[in-house]
Write a protein that binds this ligand. Sequence first.
Ligand code: FMN
Length: 146
Amino acid sequence: MKKVLIAYSSRTGTTQKMADYLAEGFRMSDNQVEAVKISTLKDEKDISGYDAYLFGCPTYHKDMTGGMKQFLFKAERANLIGKIAGAFGSHTHSGEAAPMVFDTMQHVFKMDVTTLGPLNLTEEIMSNDEGVKACHDYAKAIAEKL
Ligand SMILES: Cc1cc2nc3c(=O)[nH]c(=O)nc-3n(C[C@H](O)[C@H](O)[C@H](O)COP(=O)(O)O)c2cc1C
């Protein structure tokens, strides 16, 4: 059984909802998954040791959150080269954060990112079944690489 870490930030709960449905998708594929807020991961030792990583962040002011920026410096020290990866986040209209996080995972950390790109969903989609299915499908596609 492979181990997956889903680490996210969320101010009003929508990106957290995405993390929960993604975790559900990994469990359906028989993988062990932890979905946690980035604030609970104190240093690189808490981040190391997983087979796949999904980092999630909502967009505020056309940017990722300050907390996610700090978390990415911790993740840099965890040496995630070649690990399977994806990124996700909720937004209303522009959605810069998830692509930015995905870009860092791909080009800075040199992770093995999914060809699906980031899962970047609007709040509206996340308020119905379409959002649930998109999260399940994203997790299942990444699980196939494990
Ligand atoms: C002050 C403020 C600024 C925001 N800026 C953006 C933005 O630049 N682009 C965008 O797509 N959504 C923006 N949003 C919408 C949030 O991304 C959206 O509500 C998202 O679902 C919040 O996710 P969370 O519940 O995980 O915190 C903004 C929301 C607030 C309150």
